[in-house]
Design a protein around this ligand. Structure first.
Ligand SMILES: Nc1ncnc2c1ncn2[C@@H]1O[C@H](COP(=O)(O)OP(=O)(O)O)[C@@H](O)[C@H]1O
Ligand SMILES: [Mg+2]
Length: 391
C-alpha cells in the first residue's frame, strides 16, 4: 500500500455542548454538562458504567434527543438534524459489519448511501483500507477476519467519507488486552492521519491516558474534570478523579489552620499540605505511588517531607521494580512504587516509616464524608441519584 492511497483527509469540526441534559422517567442520565471539543482534538469521555458517557455520545451523534441544552458541530446548531446529516462517523463496540458483504462492500456502503460515483468509491475504499492497514483484504468476508481486523474494517467504514467528527463507543471493549493495546496505537495513528475530531468513550483509564489529547471524567451524569492526561493525573481536582485515574494513596483526615497555611490532622499525626489555606472540613491527601518512599523507622526524616508509621503488608514484583502495600495503624492502605535500581531493603512484615515530599501530596475535599464539600465555581454538581442499571 503506497502512502498516496492511504491518504484520507478530513477537517475536524469543533463540538460544543452547552448545559446539555438528558432525563429519563426515573433518572437523570446527563446532568447539564458543558464541554468544548476543539477541531481535530482526541477527546475521551471516561467514567464508570452508568455515568452518562454513551448518552452524551448519542446526543452528539443524534441518536438521542437531549431534554435541554444546545449542541453545535462546526458552529451549526444540531437540534433538528438527523444523524446522517451531521457529518459524523461512528464505531461501536460490536463491529456491526454486514456478514454477507465483502470488506470492500462494507466500507463502500456509506459512500453508496451518499451517492458517490462508482469510480470514486473504489478509490476512497482503497484509501480507507490503506489507512487502517488492510490494503489487499477488500475481497474477504468479515467472517474471514480476526476480531481486531473486523474492528479495523468498522473504523475504515467510519472514516471513508472523511467525516469531520468520529465517534467511538468502547470500540475495543470486546477485544483481549493485547489486541486492545495494538488497536489503541492504530486508532491514535489514524487520528493523526485523518485529522477529524475524535470523541472516544471508555471506562478504561489506561486506555484514556494512552490515547487522548484531553479527557473528560464523568461521574453520575456530570463532568468532574476535563484536562490532559498529566493534568488529571498530577492535579486532580476531586478525590473521585484522583482515585479513578492511575494508582494513588489516600490519607483521610481533617484540615486545620497551621501558621499561615493549613495542615491535615489524622489521629495524632499532623501532615503538612502544599498550596492551600482553606480552613476546616474533611479532606484527604492523595499521593501517587512513585512519590511514596519507605525507610527504616530509625532513619532521619527529610525536613521537606511528611511521615507516617506503617507496616509493609505486601511486596508485588513488577519486573521494572516493585510495589509495596503499606498499612497505617488505622488500616488505611498506601502504595509505594520502587524502581529496580533503587529498591529499599524493606520486606513484608517490617515496621517502617512512609514518607513523601510535601509538594507531592494533593489536598482534596473528602466527599465520602457525610458533610458536603463547598462547591467550587468550576465543579459541576453531581446528579441527585441516577438509578444505576449496571450498564
Ligand atoms: N433508554 C434509557 N432509559 C432509561 N434510562 C437510561 C436509558 N439509557 C440510559 N439510561 C440511564 O442513564 C444512565 C447513563 O447511561 P449511559 O449513558 O449508558 O452510561 P455509560 O455509557 O457511562 O455506561 C444510566 O443510569 C442508565 O441506566
Ligand atoms: Mg456506555
Amino acid at each position: 500500500m503506497s502512502a498516496e492511497t492511504s491518504l484520507i483527509k478530513a477537517r475536524g469540526a469543533r463540538i460544543e455542548l452547552a448545559q446539555v441534559r438528558k432525563e429519563y422517567a426515573d433518572s437523570v442520565a446527563v446532568d447539564d454538562i458543558s464541554l468544548v471539543i476543539e477541531p481535530g482534538e482526541f477527546m475521551t469521555l471516561l467514567g464508570p458504567s452508568g455515568s452518562g458517557k454513551t448518552t452524551t455520545l448519542n446526543i452528539v451523534a443524534g441518536f438521542t434527543a437531549a431534554t435541554s441544552g444546545t449542541l453545535t458541530i462546526g458552529g451549526k446548531q444540531m437540534q433538528d438534524l438527523p444523524p446522517h446529516r451531521r457529518d459524523i462517523g461512528m464505531v461501536f463496540q460490536h463491529y456491526a459489519l454486514f456478514p454477507h458483504m465483502t470488506v470492500a462492500e462494507n466500507v463502500a456502503f456509506p459512500l453508496k448511501q451518499r451517492k458517490v460515483p462508482k469510480a470514486r468509491r473504489t478509490e476512497m475504499v482503497e484509501a480507507a483500507l490503506g489507512t487502517v492497514r488492510l490494503g489487499g483484504y477488500g475481497h474477504r468476508r468479515p467472517s474471514e477476519l480476526s476480531g481486531g481486523q473486523q474492528q479495523r474494517v468498522a473504523l475504515a467504514r467510519a472514516v471513508v467519507y472523511e467525516p469531520s467528527v468520529l465517534l467511538m463507543d468502547e470500540p475495543l471493549g470486546a477485544l483481549d488486552k493485547k489486541l486492545r493495546e495494538s488497536l489503541q496505537l492504530e486508532i491514535k495513528r489514524v487520528h493523526q492521519e485523518v485529522g477529524s475530531t475524535f470523541v472516544f468513550v471508555t471506562h478504561d483509564q489506561e486506555e484514556a491516558l494512552a490515547l487522548s489529547d484531553r479527557i473528560a471524567v464523568f461521574d453520575d451524569g456530570a463532568i468532574q474534570q476535563v484536562g490532559t492526561a498529566s493534568e488529571l493525573y498530577e492535579k486532580p481536582r476531586s478525590l473521585f478523579v484522583a482515585e479513578f485515574l492511575g494508582e494513588s494513596s489516600t490519607v483521610r483526615g481533617r484540615v486545620e489552620p497551621d501558621g499561615d497555611g493549613s495542615c491535615l490532622r489524622i489521629g495524632d499525626h499532623t501532615l503538612r499540605v502544599a498550596g492551600r489555606t482553606a480552613a476546616g472540613g474533611a479532606a484527604a491527601i492523595v499521593v501517587r505511588p512513585e512519590h511514596m518512599r519507605v525507610q527504616p523507622t530509625t532513619a532521619p526524616i527529610d525536613p521537606g517531607a511528611n511521615a507516617l508509621p506503617a507496616r509493609v503488608t505486601q511486596e508485588i514484583y513488577l519486573g521494572s521494580g516493585r510495589k509495596l502495600e503499606l498499612a497505617l495503624p488505622d488500616g488505611t492502605v498506601l502504595l509505594a512504587r520502587e524502581q529496580a535500581d533503587r529498591l529499599s531493603g524493606v520486606r513484608r512484615g517490617d515496621e517502617v516509616t512512609v514518607v513523601w515530599n510535601v509538594e507531592r501530596g494533593v489536598l482534596l475535599d473528602d466527599t465520602s464524608d457525610t458533610t458536603p464539600p463547598p462547591t467550587s465555581g468550576d465543579r459541576i454538581p453531581v446528579a441527585a441519584s441516577a438509578e444505576e442499571s449496571g450498564r
